[in-house]
Design a protein around this ligand. Structure first.
Ligand SMILES: CC(C)(COP(=O)(O)OP(=O)(O)OC[C@H]1O[C@@H](n2cnc3c(N)ncnc32)[C@H](O)[C@@H]1OP(=O)(O)O)[C@@H](O)C(=O)NCCC(=O)NCCS
Length: 187
């Protein structure tokens, strides 16, 4: 079902040194890089240390997300070189209720430069161009200081701790709930 999803943005959402664009087959290196991370394969569909075929499958799955009605899966690209440095998604299954969730990952070699925060700011600005959307949520494990930092630099507010919220890697995990709402003054 695509009818409820807004169109892909004509201009890539951007903030600072990054822009958010569609994946291409050239981004297969990113899937291999993200697949080296011990955590990323636990929270998405990317296999750990993917083969070339698995990496390409993951890239092509991202391209299908919009047509499937799941949401927007963007490659986070360096605005100068267009090389993919990470991935960020705006997931819209709950759009009829005015809500979305977001998730992001940065390749290890590009971490520590605030790129996830830049990407989340670009994504959130784009989110508010969708009239039916009023709230974007992030679910973050309490140990994940890099992700908490990302949320807070993008002006998301901590709303609480969801105990035993979901299973990740075979164990129940508590999750911090962060959210931005359309009415937030910071936007
Ligand atoms: C969370 C994540 C997206 C942050 O991306 P980022 O662009 O490196 O974010 P920042 O540059 O703001 O760094 C955030 C913090 O992580 C630290 N950090 C984490 N990993 C790092 C690394 N490999 N190299 C350098 N710094 C790192 C930074 O020092 C920074 O701390 P500080 O703000 O106190 O200095 C990234 O670490 C990642 O992809 N992690 C795995 C996937 C994940 O956890 N996604 C979020 C799920 S909720």
């Amino acid at each position: 079902m695509t009818e409820d999803l807004p169109a892909w943005p004509a201009t890539p959402p951007a903030h600072g040194p990054v822009l958010l664009r569609k994946f291409t087959d050239e981004d297969v290196h990113l899937a291999r890089e993200l697949g080296e991370d011990p955590y990323i394969p636990l929270i998405g569909s990317l296999p750990e240390r993917p083969s070339d075929a698995q990496a390409l499958d993951w890239v092509r799955r991202q391209l299908r997300r919009h047509a499937e009605g799941a949401g927007f899966s963007f490659a986070i690209a360096d605005a100068g070189s267009d090389r993919a440095v990470g991935a960020i998604g705006l997931w819209l299954r709950e759009l009829p209720s005015g809500r979305a969730t977001a998730g992001y990952s940065i390749s290890d070699e590009h971490r520590g430069r605030g790129l996830a925060g830049d990407a989340l700011r670009a994504l959130t600005t784009f989110a508010w161009t969708i009239p039916a959307l009023h709230r974007v949520e992030l679910y973050i494990e309490p140990w994940n200081s890099g992700s908490i930092r990302t949320a807070e630099t993008a002006s998301y507010q901590r709303e609480g701790l969801l105990r035993s919220h979901q299973e990740i890697g075979g164990t129940r995990r508590d999750m911090l709930l962060y959210a931005a709402i359309r009415a937030d003054p910071a936007r």
